[in-house]
Design a protein around this ligand. Structure first.
Ligand code: FSX
Ligand code: SF4
Ligand code: F3S
Length: 372
């Protein structure tokens, strides 16, 4: 379906953009610059691992943000590096034809394919709350997991159950790790997750032929090893005790810390404050909304937006960059705060900066090449 190979990869993504995306991914993984060539070689090796991608209880936002985005570099790279044999949202086939395709892919690639799961799995009443082709999600997962070399859970739903698993959880929704116990599982949480976290994980696997180091929640440490609070552009306000008190008031307009509005940044492990989203360098906190902890199974939808999280490290880092304060208004304005964050983001986010300049139409055009 998507074995386009090196030449077509270069057609889909300019050499310059390809190199920048690989440099960004390599930096995210924490590799030295000298290893970028190795990452690029792996990305163009034309050794695409077969991938079966299943959808269960979810909103499809994970696929949407990854593939139908204005960052064609990421979507093209991902689709060209893997051989996407089955994906219910992207494939043109349906009904019995799609079922046959899934069966054939599992049989032909037994023991070789990567299973990507998007969405939670309902377990109540033998899983009757989510069926595809007359088969429960539970049965489909068991069947597809059996021949997989590894399972990649994209999104918080597949990783931990997500919004479906919130009490009273009528369908008994859980994440993959609660059902499959005998396969390596990598969780890429976020609702939806950063496309770069998915891209970097795939690149890591292709480059080193092994899985990245994971934390106790099964997340790649390179992407989820730090709290977003550590690199937040509003952190100087937090350290100085300047907090937004209400949405839209002066303290909010000044760009003050959102902790008192319920920001979960001090307890949320993710790289949003560095990697950022949407090709325009924004993330929830930069546009004035508290982080809701969407990568954390015990926070997302389980704590209300205004609920405050415990702070374990209130002391500021000695190395934290100073921000000069304006006398009037007793603090930097929102633009200054944003620029500080953008400067930090630019270090690791060069690829995002490049990607946002690319025409969005290319992604949609390219996608049709990959669908059956
Ligand atoms: Fe869940 Fe993904 Fe949230 Fe939606 O498919 S992680 S509800 S953004 O999209 O699974
Ligand atoms: Fe940023 Fe939230 Fe931490 Fe405040 S509490 S510094 S807004 S992450
Ligand atoms: Fe999610 Fe918080 Fe990042 S809500 S997108 S982890 S800023």
């Amino acid at each position: 379906m998507s074995n386009m190979g090196t030449s077509s990869l270069c057609e889909a993504v300019s050499r310059r953009d390809f190199v920048k995306a690989c440099v960004t991914a390599a930096a995210m993984i924490g590799l030295p610059f000298e290893m970028v060539n190795q990452v690029m070689a792996a990305a163009t090796a034309n050794n695409n691992p077969p991938v079966i991608w299943l959808h269960f209880q979810e909103c499809t936002g994970c696929s949407e943000s990854l593939l139908r985005s204005s960052h064609p570099v990421i979507s093209n790279l991902i689709l060209d590096m893997i051989s996407l044999d089955y994906h219910e949202t992207l494939m043109a086939g349906s009904g019995a034809q799609a079922e046959q395709s899934l069966h054939d892919s599992i049989t032909a690639n037994k023991g070789k394919y990567i299973l990507v799961v998007e969405g939670a799995i309902p377990t109540a009443e033998n899983g009757i709350y989510c069926k595809v082709g007359g088969k429960t999600a539970l049965a489909s997962l068991h069947q597809a997991a059996e021949g997989a070399v590894a399972i990649l859970c994209i999104g918080t739903c597949a990783s931990y159950g997500g919004i479906q698993s919130v009490s009273p959880n009528p369908t008994g929704a859980v994440g993959v790790r609660d059902i499959v116990k005998d396969k390596p599982i990598i969780n890429i949480p976020g609702c939806p997750p950063s496309p770069y976290n998915f891209l970097s994980t795939v690149l890591y696997y292709l480059t080193f032929k092994r899985l990245p180091e994971l934390d106790e929640l099964g997340r790649p440490k390179f992407a989820y090893g730090r709290k977003i609070h550590e690199h937040c552009e509003r952190r100087p306000h937090f350290d100085a005790g300047r907090f937004a008190q209400a949405y839209g008031d002066d303290s909010h307009a000044q760009g003050y810390c959102l902790y008192k509005l319920g920001c979960k940044g001090p307890a949320t492990y993710a790289n949003c404050s560095v990697q950022r989203f949407n090709d325009v360098g924004v993330w929830p906190v930069s546009i004035g909304h508290p982080c809701i902890g969407c990568t954390e199974p015990e926070i997302l939808f389980k704590k209300t937006i205004e609920e405050k999280v415990q702070i374990h490290e209130p002391t500021p880092f000695d190395s934290y960059a100073p921000v000069s304060l304006k006398e009037k208004g007793k603090g930097p304005d929102a633009l200054t705060t944003g620029l500080v964050g953008l400067a930090a983001g630019a270090v690791l986010g060069a690829g995002v900066m490049v990607a946002r300049k690319l025409p969005g139409a290319a992604a949609t055009k390219e996608k049709s090449k990959h669908a059956k």
